[in-house]
Design a binder for this molecule. Structure first.
Ligand code: PAF
Length: 281
């Protein structure tokens, strides 16, 4: 497995791979990899000849006061995991090479970024689309896979891929969960054992929503009320940032559960902000 840190070297290797007729899969990550990331690598491996996994904790998607400096990092462990998952290339660029002094170009998807996560974290998606566009330009992928856990991110990046005419096959892989339902996230490592149990409030609330829809309850207000009760019962101190019901593709809000409705939520507990979602129909 190759580990590449220079943008120039990555660009020339990608050019060579394309010239050799090989298809390139890309899995962008911010490192501290868990089984969710590894499943993205495995999915990509099935669709392309080589897989480039990138590790880059992207400063432009963190607002001031967010957890950039304490974002968990474990480059050695990540590289070992990527190798074990069958990854072929790891690209680990330096922040000062990606954003040199005087950097001033950003990519922005206009309306999909105004809601949900974008409301709570105003410049977050501008940072995400900018880094992913740069990674597309550097690595020239044929296939890219993003995880469903960050479903708004997956939709925003899909729109960017289409709007900017990247000739890339765009895949979204299902959320990988722990046995008890907790969605895998690098941020789970901030919790001790009892907080970890409280973090189940998100998946429990989504389970409740699914159960209500199964019972033919379609009123989002009613479902939201019950979800709030479940969250408070699982974690007394949880602060709900939002519980939203929207269309899966357009993110347009809905009052009644219908085809393609997804419920997404963000909850802050013990100073950690978690997100999760479930398609309800
Ligand atoms: O989902 C993430 O880890 C990041 O937002 C991404 C897509 C790697 C961009 O930095």
């Amino acid at each position: 497995m190759k580990i590449i840190r220079s943008i120039k070297k990555m660009q020339s290797l990608s050019r060579q791979l394309v010239a050799d007729g090989l298809t390139i899969g890309l899995v962008p990550t911010m490192g501290f990899l868990h089984d969710g990331h590894l499943s993205l690598i495995k999915t990509t491996l099935k669709k392309s000849n080589v897989v480039i996994t990138t590790i880059f904790v992207n400063p432009t998607q963190f607002a001031e006061g967010e957890d950039l400096s304490k974002y968990p990092r474990d480059e050695k462990g990540d590289i070992r995991k990527i190798k074990d998952a069958g990854g072929t290339i790891v690209f680990v660029p330096k922040p000062e090479d990606i954003y040199p002094d005087g950097y001033e170009t950003y990519v922005n998807v206009e309306s999909l970024t105004q809601t949900l996560e974008g409301k709570s974290r105003p410049l977050h998606f501008r940072g995400v689309t900018t880094i992913v566009a740069k990674l597309f330009n550097i690595t020239r992928p044929d296939v890219v896979v993003f995880g469903m856990k960050d479903f708004q991110q997956a939709m925003v990046l899909k729109k960017m891929t289409t709007d900017l005419n990247y000739p890339i096959k765009y895949l979204i892989a299902p959320t990988v969960r722990e046995k008890d339902g907790l969605a895998m996230s690098s941020r789970n490592k901030y919790f001790d054992a009892s907080q970890r149990i409280e973090a189940l409030c998100l998946s429990h609330a989504l389970k409740k929503a699914k159960q209500m829809v199964k019972e033919n309850i379609k009123d989002c207000k009613l479902i939201k009320k019950e979800m709030k009760t479940v969250i408070k019962a699982t974690c007394k101190t949880a602060k709900i940032d939002y519980i939203a019901f929207t269309d899966f593709e357009t993110l347009a809000p809905t009052k009644i559960i219908k085809k393609n409705t997804i419920c997404s939520l963000a909850v802050r507990l013990h100073n950690v902000r978690l997100i999760d979602n479930a398609k309800l129909m």
